[in-house]
Design a binder for this molecule. Structure first.
Ligand SMILES: Nc1ncnc2c1ncn2[C@@H]1O[C@H](COP(=O)(O)OP(=O)(O)O)[C@@H](O)[C@H]1O
Ligand SMILES: [Mg+2]
Length: 411
């Protein structure tokens, strides 16, 4: 089978040199029994490649099991992988076969392999070296013949340096490295994939075909696609289902692509650290700083009150702005020094507040939620509904704006 046959058989779309090279390596390594470590960003096609390798190997009639190592709790992973004996831990009412026993003669795909706990790594290394393992709670050595394909979207060697991943296991797994290119490294494939996916979804939902306008193709191809092929597929599906106008312009497309401010930026090294996280973290820091400042001011105020023997009148007059802030927070009406001067209480009598005087001052809602939805509405109106510009004006990412519109029911 040549590379094109493999693409046809496994539904792989794309013709970029990096993708072709990955397919070629998979093709060559498949019939050997070597371990393969597949690296690549999330959604780039690692699992697809594990199937290709299994299907093109002598084990293709054997069992294939995919295990997401990152999703299994540390306490149960050994038992899942290697099985356990009855009574080996609380709740182990029956003996249970592990995946390595079930997949005997077949292939195990260990996704997110870098997440394996160190103890499990030791067991895995033993299987790789001798095919031997122990069930949890047993000292009887078992044998199995399983080919291991592992995958990761993090730099495992970095984990080795940090003592989180065994070096010997790393070299064992990495006999053949197979790197799946990220989508932004093969821009020429993006539009091709989109056409294939949107045609498939139009079929599935019996809806008319989708056409991208030239400017939309531009936007599609220049976006960074942090979620890679999986994300592209999702967006193709959304457009197929939601877009009324089947001729999709760049503007329409941008409604589906999150945070296109980052469209031309290279991806962050760690795929899931996108701009959004930074913005929200920044906001969090700001809130913390503001809180700290409030604390300092409050302490000062308390100290002054203590010093003045509990007479707060002059303190309030000296700090009208701060007192007002406090009142807002505890939902009291606005404080006005003049008003209080008129009704100034005798020294050392507790301050009573003249509510009647300022009843009409309290009209404005001070709820953050109201304020927020007000501002969003204003920004959207100002920019004639263009979310991109509204988000810019509000100083939040477009994605955050979408979320808020949804949360606050502003649609
Ligand atoms: N080259 C490709 N052509 C077509 N579909 C692809 C391609 N690469 C990945 N896919 C699809 O994208 C989705 C994500 O792929 P997957 O292998 O699960 O990614 P990963 O394991 O790297 O997170 C799957 O639906 C898969 O079928
Ligand atoms: Mg995956």
């Amino acid at each position: 089978m040549d590379v094109q046959d493999i693409k046809n058989r496994f539904g792989i779309i794309g013709g970029s040199p990096l993708l072709n090279r990955a397919i070629d390596i998979a093709r060559q390594v498949a019939p050997t029994d070597m371990s393969v470590l597949i690296t690549g960003e999330s959604g780039s096609g690692k699992e697809v490649f594990s199937h290709i390798i299994h299907q093109m190997s002598a084990r293709k009639h054997g069992t294939f099991i995919a295990v997401n190592c990152g999703a299994i709790p540390e306490g149960t992973i050994d038992s899942e992988l290697f099985g356990h004996e009855k009574g080996s831990f609380t709740g182990a009412h029956e003996a249970r076969k592990g995946y390595f026993e079930v997949a005997n003669g077949g292939t195990i795909f260990l996704d997110e392999v870098a997440e394996l706990p160190l103890g499990t790594q030791a067991r895995l290394l033993r299987i790789l070296e001798s095919g031997e393992y122990l069930r949890v709670g047993s000292s009887k050595v078992q044998k199995t013949d399983v080919r291991i394909i592992a995958a990761t979207n993090v730099d495992v060697y970095n984990r080795v340096k940090n003592g989180k991943f065994r070096e010997d296991l790393y070299y064992r797994l990495n006999t053949v490295p197979l790197r799946i290119p990220a989508l932004h490294e093969r821009k020429e494939d993006i539009y091709l994939l989109f056409r294939k996916f949107s045609a498939d979804f139009s079929d599935k939902y019996r809806s008319p075909g989708i056409q991208l306008e030239p400017d939309a193709i531009q936007v599609l191809s220049n976006y960074s696609w942090p979620g890679n092929v999986r994300q592209l597929k999702n967006i193709a599906e959304q457009i197929c289902v939601l877009e009324k106008d089947r001729n999709v312009t760049a503007a329409a497309l941008m409604n589906y692509i999150p945070n296109e401010n980052g469209a031309n930026l290279p991806m962050a090294i760690n795929g899931n650290q996108n701009k959004e996280d930074f913005t929200e973290r920044d906001i969090l820091y700001k809130v913390l700083f503001d809180m700290k400042k409030d604390m300092v001011d409050l302490k000062k105020l308390v100290a002054e009150i203590i010093q003045s023997g509990g007479n707060t009148a002059h303190i309030m007059e000296d700090n009208p702005h701060y007192i007002n802030q406090l009142y807002q927070e505890i939902d009291r009406p606005k404080y006005e020094p003049q008003a209080l001067t008129i009704n100034k209480p005798a020294p050392n009598t507790p301050m009573e507040y003249n509510y009647a005087h300022e009843a009409e001052e309290v009209e404005e809602s001070l709820s953050l939620v109201d304020k927020e939805s007000d501002l969003i509405k204003k920004a959207l109106k100002k920019h004639k509904g263009k979310r991109k510009f509204a988000a810019q004006e509000l100083g939040i990412s477009e994605r955050t704006l979408y979320r808020k519109i949804k949360e606050l029911n502003l649609n």
